[in-house]
Design a binder for this molecule. Structure first.
Ligand code: C5P
Length: 300
């Protein structure tokens, strides 16, 4: 292998289709349960052999990342290098296509993509348990971002049950251009009781069945997030007013909201209308990833 060899790996955005939060635990985290899916949109990462560790952030939201050593992609490289006893000698280029602090798990997806990518670049014989354990040290959402597949997550996010692929759905993501701190939203949550639902065992036969299930669920972080960032109320209200919308909800700790539509056409029309009204909002027509993406591949 030469110094020029490298890997490309995508970091799809994570959407929490529902999210129930229980009490705060002794370790400061909250027990939760969530139906998580990944969409075709996401950040893009290249990893190249280098003499030392570096990160350059490019793309539409690259400039929004603080230029410090705290970036999760850097932390992931350091942690994995440490685990396997080699120097973290890699040049990371992160094309930040997702808004920062937006409830789409962008930072977690980047960290997970770096772990996947480095395992491939460094040709590591690393078992899944070790990789998941390493991911969990980086953040509650990082383990589920390793597989980028539909899952039910529990605990603080590290207990993962894989689910059957979801029915195809026209999805619209809308971020009203307000970054929201996850820790702040969790701490504004107030007193909680036990969790309400259990993992859906049977696959959803069609979109109607999925929407019926989602309608019986919530995102418990929506109320505290709306207080912190009232623009979330605007995004949700406007989405709910769109023709042929089946359900609109916030993802994660916000501020990104998603709408599931009856048809691709209605999702596209809603996007066009919202873009016209709110040039500053981030609005993307997308769809759930049907099969595994995020598999590292050699740079051309
Ligand atoms: O693990 P991560 O750094 O992504 O979490 C950010 C913050 O969100 C945590 O510091 C914690 O305050 C909150 N959190 C929580 N319970 C979870 C996940 C996150 O309280 N299950």
């Amino acid at each position: 292998m030469t110094l020029a060899d490298g890997i490309f790996v995508s970091a799809p955005a994570k959407v929490n289709l529902c999210l129930h939060v229980a009490e705060r635990r002794a370790d400061g985290y909250h027990d939760l349960e969530s139906l998580v899916a990944f969409v075709v949109h996401g950040d893009e990462i290249t990893l190249e052999h280098a003499r030392e560790l570096s990160l350059s952030a490019v793309g539409p939201f690259g400039a929004m990342l603080p230029p410090d050593n705290d970036n999760l992609a850097l932390k992931a490289a350091r942690l994995l290098a440490d685990k396997v006893g080699r120097p973290p000698a890699v040049r990371i280029t992160l094309r930040k296509n997702l808004p920062v602090a937006s409830g789409l798990g962008g930072g977690s997806a980047d960290a997970a993509a770096v772990l996947r990518g480095l395992a491939s670049l460094w040709k590591l014989e690393i078992d899944r348990e070790t990789l998941i354990g390493t991911a969990a040290l980086l953040g509650a959402d990082v383990p589920v971002c390793l597989d980028c597949a539909v899952a039910w997550i529990e605990g603080r996010g590290e207990r993962i049950t894989s689910l059957s692929p979801l029915p195809e759905m026209p999805l619209l993501l809308v971020n009203p251009a307000v970054p929201v701190s996850t820790a702040e939203v969790f701490s504004a949550l107030g007193a909680r009781s036990g969790l309400k639902f259990v993992c859906p065992r049977a696959p959803f036969c069609d979109l109607q069945a999925l929407v019926a299930f989602l309608s019986s669920t919530t995102n418990d972080l929506e109320a505290p997030a709306r207080k912190i960032a009232p623009a979330i109320c605007d995004a949700l209200e406007e989405l709910r007013d769109m023709p042929e919308i089946l359900i609109a909800r916030m993802s994660g700790s916000g501020a990104t909201c998603f709408g599931i539509f009856e048809t691709n056409e209605s999702a596209r029309s809603a996007a066009a209308l919202l873009k016209e009204r709110h040039q500053e909002w981030w609005i993307v027509n997308t769809t759930i990833v049907p099969e595994r993406i995020g598999v590292p591949r050699a740079l051309q």
